[in-house]
Design a protein around this ligand. Structure first.
Ligand code: HGY
Ligand code: MN
Ligand code: MN
Length: 410
């Protein structure tokens, strides 16, 4: 008996029409969370859901879901999904593919007339990417979001409030998205790998064991404004020098002492930011990641210590703000097993791997058995050149379908 598989044509039609929303003309999309094109993508998803005859649900965090209810009202839910928001000028696969694959699973189950003993739900989580807060919708739903996470978030408080306003959401409303943990039987996510390992291994599917922990810091070097023309080079308190020194030394520190970890200074601002004033302040947005919890802690401390050294070297003061921490997340062995059975049913090669990228699975893993699979992708990620072959996309959707059936009928 051939295993049930998804409708590739329908899946691809949906993928290609969604990719037009926020399309940047170079293969990518620009759909930062709660910005106009992300709101348009959510409207598009809602129309699809209603047109396809599923229940549509949304919540105080702006999460959007298609729901295929079981006959038994008290059944548990298998939640599938990912995110429709993108990084600025990102790729068209990151997140969107996983939401549409989840929706395709519901459509295939419904078309096959399967009467499962679980509700199925295909969700788009708000602001996975952290252009506002990071895993905002999934942490709200999982009850992981705390009021302090909203005070000085990664994207800045003003941008968060503007986004909430634009989407008709409120800060207090975010916390109403919480659902009780016993509602969920499992959470499953399909996503492009965003790295080279599956292609190098020649494997069809990556079954994720652990997702990295992610820390974010704002580091401000404080010097003194001076006339850029008349102040002798050796008597400047130039905040830019501390920042430049930190960026170079942080990279050496991670490569020397924290193998398997990464750090990135993704934002840098010199103030007051004009050419003829020695910068009094340099504000850096820094992110760091580790697959091991205690190493994440040590890495954060190491980076702060390095920043202090860089400041001292150039006679500067320093301010450090913690912008949030997401701990490492192990995936459920049961869900990983279900993905393994699915790959075998479909004759697909799979390897076990960790995730260097953050995903909504991290939030869901705190409240229910959660797991995710990667499909091979090329052209990097968080850029328009991100790419996955359609056969791999369909393989991923079929594994998601088969694993859902395996868990639903166990
Ligand atoms: O940043 C990440 O790792 C994810 O793509 N949001
Ligand atoms: Mn993603
Ligand atoms: Mn991403």
């Amino acid at each position: 008996l051939e295993p049930l598989t998804v409708n590739s044509r329908r899946f691809r039609d949906n993928f290609e029409s969604l990719a037009k929303i926020g399309d940047t003309g170079d293969g990518g999309v620009h759909r930062p969370a709660l910005g106009d094109s992300h709101l348009a993508a959510r409207r598009w998803y809602q129309e699809r859901i209603v047109e396809d005859g599923f229940e549509f649900i949304t919540d105080g965090a702006g999460n959007h879901s298609a729901r295929l209810p079981a006959k038994d009202y008290n059944a548990k839910t298998i939640l599938l999904g990912s995110h429709l928001d993108s990084v600025p000028n990102g790729g068209r696969f990151d997140g969107a593919l996983g939401v549409l694959a989840a929706c395709e699973v519901l459509a295939t189950v419904r078309d096959a007339g399967l009467d499962l003993p679980v509700h199925l739900e295909a969700i788009d989580f708000t602001d996975e990417e952290g252009t506002l807060v990071g895993l905002l919708g999934s942490r709200a739903l999982a009850g992981q979001l705390k009021p302090e996470d909203l005070q000085n978030p990664r994207g800045g408080r003003d941008r968060l409030l503007e986004g909430l306003e634009r989407a008709g959401l409120t800060e207090e409303g975010l916390f109403t998205a919480r659902r009780s943990t016993d509602l969920f039987k499992a959470f499953l996510e399909m996503h492009i790998e965003q790295g080279p390992r599956l292609l190098e291994a020649g494997s069809d599917i990556g079954i994720v064991g652990t997702l990295v922990g992610i820390g974010s810091l704002e580091i401000t070097f404080v010097g003194r404004s001076d006339h850029a023309g008349t102040t002798p080079m050796d008597s400047r308190l130039d905040a830019g020098l501390g920042a430049a020194d930190f960026i170079l030394e942080a990279r050496k520190l991670v490569r020397r002492e924290f193998s398997g970890c990464v750090c990135n200074t993704g934002r840098a601002a010199l103030e007051p930011g004009v050419l003829n004033i020695v910068p009094a302040r340099a504000v850096l947005g820094v992110e760091f990641r580790s697959p091991a919890e205690e190493q994440l802690e040590d890495l954060g401390l190491g980076l702060v210590r390095q920043a202090e050294k860089s400041a001292e070297r150039y006679g500067l003061q320093i301010l450090v703000e913690d912008l949030g921490r997401i701990p490492t997340s192990p995936c459920s062995k049961r869900v990983q097993g279900a993905f393994g059975v699915a790959c075998r049913n479909l004759g697909l090669k799979s390897i076990s791997m960790s995730s260097g990228a953050g995903h909504d699975t991290m939030a869901m893993a705190r409240i229910c058995p959660a797991g995710m699979i990667f499909i091979p992708s090329s052209g990097g990620s968080h850029s328009p050149s991100e790419f996955a072959g359609w056969k791999d996309c369909v393989n991923g959707a079929n594994v998601l379908l088969q694993a859902t059936l395996e868990l639903a009928l166990e």
